[in-house]
Design a protein around this ligand. Structure first.
Ligand code: BDR
Ligand code: CA
Length: 311
């Protein structure tokens, strides 16, 4: 059993990551969900988190976090995720409670109160997590690992070189990668191979309540992905949860990863020191390969479980 906190900006793939984690209560105990401005404004992504948790009839504390990055102003990803940040399904009006509007304090309290070490699943810009590392460094001892969706060794999606979550807040990413905490990095190297096919998306539409909602999410996300050249859909954020459930789906290598924060075309680039003589601490497991078929099956089975357990 792992105790996890999910820091997210839902986001279609964030929502699928939450659903999959929630479908495995015997392996993952979700201590809380926190939000961060990213794919859309903080207000919108927090509404989306409330929609998903209410849809699940969940009883998981939800806290909102930082509205924008440490230094620059927020830029969002509505091209990929739509006006709401999670376009597609129509949700009932939600009244899911927010336990706090200070995610950093909430995270600290959850981590320090937990009887065991905690894993943070960080699938949005890293602003909340960087603040946690800086303001409450005592939490580091109690963090088993931070499972991040972000970056890519030498290639990007927001720019040629920078991936969205890192590009939004490179200063925060720099703090987190240098915090001395073990990190698993699901960057674009692996997440662009973690595809759900059009046929698999179609099949969801014939199933139960949760699968159908996921099918509607993926229907929108698949269409929007075409502008970036994808026919099938990369479910980036799910990799950060899937690794915790079935690490053997992935192959990777421990590396020393750094982040470019300087202005210019490389801002937000993540890179690894691959020199043989590199003597830096290799605290980041960079995932490189995924068994796509088993990855997709994990998502589909998780949704089926929820179809059965939630009315
Ligand atoms: C990341 O950016 C967001 O749009 C997704 O939710 C994911 O976290 C992919 O680059
Ligand atoms: Ca995300």
């Amino acid at each position: 059993m792992k105790y996890i906190l999910i820091d997210c900006d839902p986001g279609h793939d964030d929502a699928l990551a939450i659903l999959t984690a929630y479908a495995h209560p015997e392996e993952l105990r979700i201590l809380g969900v926190t939000t961060i401005g990213g794919n859309q404004t903080l207000e919108k992504v927090t509404e989306n988190a409330r929609r998903i948790l209410q849809f699940l009839h969940a009883d998981i504390p939800l806290a909102s976090g930082q509205a924008g990055p440490l230094v620059k102003s927020l830029h969002t990803a509505e091209d990929a995720h739509g006006e709401s940040g999670m376009d597609g399904p129509v949700f009932e009006k939600e009244d899911y409670p927010l336990v706090s509007d200070n995610a950093v304090v909430f995270l600290k309290e959850q981590i320090m109160a937990c009887p065991e070490k905690v894993t943070i699943v960080a699938i949005g810009p890293l602003t909340n997590i960087a603040l946690l590392m800086r303001v409450y460094p005592e939490t580091k001892e109690k963090i088993d690992c931070i499972s991040i969706m972000g970056g890519g060794i030498g290639h990007g999606n927001s720019t040629e070189l920078a991936e969205f979550n890192i590009y939004v807040d490179p200063e925060a990413a720099h703090i987190v990668f240098h915090a001395g905490v073990p990190i698993v990095m699901a960057g674009l190297d692996v997440t662009e191979k973690a595809l759900i096919t059009v046929r698999e998306i179609e099949s969801l539409k014939e199933k139960g309540r949760v699968s159908r909602m996921a099918g509607e999410l993926l229907g929108f996300y698949n269409e929007s992905g075409r502008q970036y050249g994808f026919t099938d859909s990369p479910i980036h954020d799910l990799c950060a949860v899937a690794y915790l459930l079935q690490p053997d789906l992935f192959q990777g290598e421990y590396q020393a990863v750094d982040v470019i924060t300087e202005e210019g075309c490389a801002r937000g680039l993540t890179f690894a020191d691959k020199r043989l003589m590199c003597d830096k601490v290799k605290n980041v497991l960079v995932l490189e390969e995924v068994d796509r078929d088993r990855f997709a099956a994990m998502l589909i089975e998780a949704l089926e479980r929820l179809d059965e357990s939630i009315s």
